[in-house]
Design a binder for this molecule. Structure first.
Ligand code: G3H
Length: 540
């Protein structure tokens, strides 16, 4: 790749910054533990935006603030408080009536909504997500919490009755699992984290939450809301290096559930650190390299449009992004021409600009990594197909369409998680099928064709390789009521509004033999509302 672009117009000048709403610096000196914002006296880590500014030829990244760099001892103390709150399942929170727990979540949600503007702004400045998508992430999270509340009420209504089988009465409900270590990804630091954190709390677990590598300060405006809405120790928020924090917690053997969205490499390290593997539950969203397969009879307008969004929304930094495109050789030239034309219309710019798609990348090392992938592909026979492809400057990498890609190239195997689009021709559809079968990943696939026979012949082999087969549609997680999961190195467990409630809980029952004495006993408990578990209270 070359660095010959004049990006002086892309990034703001120091003077230009005055006209832009840069969030106020956040020098965070507190963490949340045991219902208190505890003042941090130790080292801190600076947070820089992926957005640069320049002044008289000098370039700087914008500094956004800093956060506590907690160590092993600090997080071990937090763990003690979390365990106290759980109280081996006897604590206030795990034994509280569901309706009361939901009251806490609703109180949190109200306070969270007051912080929308600031959180959206921090999403833009910390991870470079454009305004529209940052707002969508916030709104989707709010909707997810509302939907989760509705879903758990339904679950509770469904479990409010006694079942009778083989002369045994039982009330079956879902109970909490314990202390959850919750860590989300930097590309959806709010939404994907809360999609595990909130259901974990609702089901009666206690949470230790460590924010993602980027998108850390945007949690700061919520600390008071967390503190005020939940009983002490139920939600604890820690900061610092992964090995020191998450590693220490896992090694303690006192984490009951690992909820982690990130790389399979880190997930494997964390899981192996836990000394009691049979006690640990894991809910993981990991790597993916979702392919698109474009068949000769596809509607190319639709295929191009879906592949543009699928491959390049948020610079390709979605776990569900289309990360390799197989196109039938007979239509490859036409597809590439149409695709590259659309790529050239994508606006490259700063997250606050209207209609911008390509924005600065938050990982400082990412442009160099992407360059290695491009150089490797070029050395092995690919060429860059689009006009601006291969160009980058500082944190901005222009979308780059590579063709023809082959199995010798790194981009064929590695998850680029950036705006590179590898395209390869195929003659026989068995070729992309073999790719999927042999892949380490198994999240989703997109097939483009208008021929029902062809589509049907691909659905059956592919549904046992990946967990979602999209027809003439890009790969994606939503709608959030649909199951989101993956095979092989792509995931463990299933997430969705309803499934998340299940993965953070365990079915538990109270049972008795069908005798008059036992029935009288149960009736007494139910009528006098003596138990929170054995209860036929109806949650509206
Ligand atoms: O990074 C993975 C996200 O869950 C993707 O969500 O497909 O709705 O953009 P999305």
């Amino acid at each position: 790749m070359q660095t010959t672009l004049d990006t002086s117009k892309l990034f703001p000048t120091l003077e230009g910054l005055q006209a832009i709403e840069v969030p106020q610096m956040i020098e965070q000196r507190e963490f949340l533990c045991d219902g208190q914002l505890i003042e941090w006296q130790g080292d801190v880590t600076d947070v820089y935006s992926p957005i640069y500014y320049h002044d008289k030829g000098q370039w700087e990244r914008i500094r956004l603030g800093s956060y506590p760099e907690m160590g092993a001892k600090d997080v071990s103390e937090v763990l003690i408080k979390a365990q106290k709150a759980y109280g081996l399942g006897q604590g206030l929170w795990p034994t509280m009536r569901l309706g009361e727990r939901l009251g806490c979540v609703q109180a949190f949600l109200e306070k969270m909504q007051e912080k929308k503007q600031l959180i959206v702004s921090l999403l833009m400045w910390e991870i470079g997500k454009n305004r529209v998508e940052s707002e969508a992430e916030f709104d989707r999270t709010v909707e997810y919490i509302h939907d989760t509340i509705d879903a758990v009420k339904q679950l509770d209504r469904d479990s409010g009755k006694l079942e009778l089988s083989h002369g045994i009465y039982a009330q079956i409900r879902r109970g909490p699992l314990g202390v959850v270590l919750c860590m989300g990804p930097y590309n959806y630091p709010l939404n994907e984290t809360f999609a595990t954190l909130i259901p974990a709390l609702i089901m009666g677990n206690v949470v230790i939450f460590r924010p993602a590598r980027f998108g850390i300060l945007l949690i700061r405006p919520l600390l008071e809301a967390f503190r005020d809405a939940f009983p002490a120790g139920v939600i604890n928020i820690i900061y610092g290096d992964g090995a020191q924090t998450a590693g220490t917690l896992m090694q303690s053997g006192k984490i009951d559930v690992l909820a982690f969205i990130g790389s399979s490499r880190v997930a494997n390290i964390l899981k192996k650190q836990h000394p009691y593997s049979n006690r640990l539950r894991s809910v993981l969203g990991l790597d993916a390299k979702n392919p698109a397969i474009i068949l000769p009879d596809a509607d190319l307008e639709i295929a191009v449009s879906e592949c543009i969004n699928g491959a390049l929304a948020f610079n390709g930094q979605r776990c569900t992004a289309l990360k390799i495109i197989f196109v039938h050789r007979s239509i490859a030239a036409q597809f590439l021409q149409m695709f590259c034309q659309r790529v050239s219309l994508l606006k490259v710019g700063m997250p606050w600009e209207d209609d911008v798609t390509i924005t600065p990348l938050p990982e400082p090392e990412k442009p160099a990594y992407l360059q290695q992938l491009v150089d490797d592909a070029l050395a092995k026979g690919a060429t860059i197909q689009n006009e601006q492809g291969g160009k980058h400057d500082r944190s901005v990498v222009y979308p780059t369409v590579l063709y023809p890609v082959n199995s010798q190239m790194r981009i064929y195997h590695e998850e680029q998680f950036g705006p590179l689009v590898p395209v390869l021709p195929f003659d026989d559809v068995q070729q992309p099928i073999d790719y999927i079968v042999e892949s380490k990943y198994g999240q989703q696939v997109s097939i483009f064709s208008n021929n029902p026979d062809v589509i049907a012949s691909l659905i059956d082999p592919l549904v046992n390789q990946v967990c979602r087969v999209n027809i003439n549609t890009k790969c994606q997680r939503g709608p959030d009521i649909f199951p989101f999961n993956g095979r092989k190195d792509s995931a463990e467990g299933t997430l969705s509004v309803q499934d998340a409630l299940r993965v953070f809980s365990i079915r538990t029952l109270v049972a008795t033999r069908d005798t008059d004495a036992n029935k009288a006993l149960f009736t007494n408990i139910l009528e006098n509302r003596k138990s929170n578990f054995l209860s036929n209270d109806y949650l509206f």
